[in-house]
Write a protein that binds this ligand. Sequence first.
Ligand SMILES: [Zn+2]
Length: 125
Amino acid sequence: MSAAHNAARRPRRISPERLPENLRLNLRIGADAPAGLVGPCWHWIGRLNRNGYGRAWHKGREPVAHRAVYEELVGPIAPGLVLDHRCRTRCCCNPAHLEAVTARTNTHRGEAVLFGARRPIGATA
Ligand SMILES: [Zn+2]
């Protein structure tokens, strides 16, 4: 672990207004926040891949949309980490609903949902 990473600037407010047009114009903000999460889902209304994740054309590449949005508003995703959708909405790009976790953690959480253990992740109560 490098101490330099601790100095990384964290934006105070995460807003779709701060996104470049190619991302912002493909988002529709939902009406309600899912239980236990901050803010509504940001639904990707552009192209989806076969798994239901958004595809963005961004900086000469075609990443999944939620990763592009997360990197724009939060920062780079460490190598080896995946973004877990805490709202379970695959086309959602709201960084407040995304958590960078190891692929193994993501799989465990997916199985927990399958088996009905729907404990809100990160809930303090
Ligand atoms: Zn969401």
